[in-house]
Design a protein around this ligand. Structure first.
Ligand code: PDD
Length: 282
């Protein structure tokens, strides 16, 4: 498997793609990232991803490594080089290489790395049966609205879920669910309302979350943006999570409590179908 990846202006075989050991992304997780889905060779919701990237960079006073148009041109080139029909494009921008020092370097040149991953998104066996989640304490930093590569707590949460025989973990703080390890968390109440945590610095402002909420509104489904507890989630009629890499993923068990009949619920299935249809249209 040799992909063509992009590193600072060059398209290279993945074996030849190199980054400095002094890169601050490596030394300090001083880097931000985005993951955009590709369906039928086209980027999904990419303008929103690039807008969030610009915001993440701005919050960290990082120099943008390229303009939005330049980034999109590179994304398209990678899709072409790697014949991606369905999958994701990962992009990472760092503050660049500089001698190790906690202070931001004055004149470092930002790094930009991008690569593709082939992945079946529109057809996903996990979505047919639903996934199981456990809840774990949210030990992440306090600026989760910035999409940084400091992902060790998310990685540990995902591994804790797998070790417990579950598929994913939802982060809980002060008694409320924030979001999933790499997705936004939703429940559906017994009176049919879709509930997801309100935006703030505690969660990532998911692009898929926003699109799914817009689609739900168009269907006249009621949405409540408010905190919910793991107990409310475990008693909910349905639950699902959203992300660029899994779209809408039904959740059928939370902390050992089976939701409904233990199969993906109708609202989750409908939202997944509507999102995939929307994404397919491009
Ligand atoms: N993760 N919350 C967290 C903590 C995330 O890492 C993600 C995305 C989301 C969903 O955001 P969006 O809908 O914009 O993908 C929410 C990506 C997919 C990842 O890290 O691979």
């Amino acid at each position: 498997m040799s992909r063509i990846v992009y590193v600072n202006g060059e398209y290279l075989a993945e074996e030849d793609a190199k980054i400095s050991v002094f890169d601050r992304g490596f030394l300090f997780a001083d880097a931000v990232y985005e993951v955009s889905a590709v369906l039928k060779g086209k980027l999904v919701d990419n303008d929103a991803h690039l807008k969030r990237l610009a915001r993440s960079l701005g919050e960290l006073k990082m120099t943008p490594p390229a303009t939005g148009e330049e980034i999109e041109a590179i994304q398209m080139e990678l899709i072409r080089h790697n014949s991606i029909d369905e999958g994701v494009i990962y992009l990472q921008a760092t503050r660049g290489a500089a001698d190790r020092d906690f202070a931001f370097p004055k004149n470092s040149i930002p790094s930009l790395v991008m690569f593709t991953q082939k992945k079946s998104l529109s057809q996903n066996p996990a979505a047919d049966v639903g996934i199981t989640v456990i809840t774990v304490p949210d030990i992440r930093w306090k600026r989760r609205d910035i999409k940084t590569v400091g992902l060790l707590p998310a990685s540990m949460a995902k591994q804790a879920a797998l070790d417990a025989g579950a598929n994913d973990a939802w982060f809980v703080e002060d008694g409320f669910v924030n979001e999933g390890s790499s997705n936004n968390a939703f429940i559906v109440t017994h009176d049919g309302k879709i509930v997801t945590r309100h935006l703030g610095t505690e969660i990532l402002h998911g692009i898929t979350r926003k699109s799914v909420m817009e689609l739900a509104k168009r269907e006249n489904l009621e949405i409540e943006e408010r905190p919910f507890t793991p107990e409310e989630a475990a008693e909910a009629r349905e639950a699902f999570s959203t992300s660029a890499s899994a779209f809408v993923m039904p959740v059928v068990k939370i902390d050992g409590h089976v939701l409904g009949n233990g199969v993906p619920g109708p609202v989750s299935e409908k939202m997944r179908k509507l999102y995939v249809e929307m994404a397919m249209k491009g």
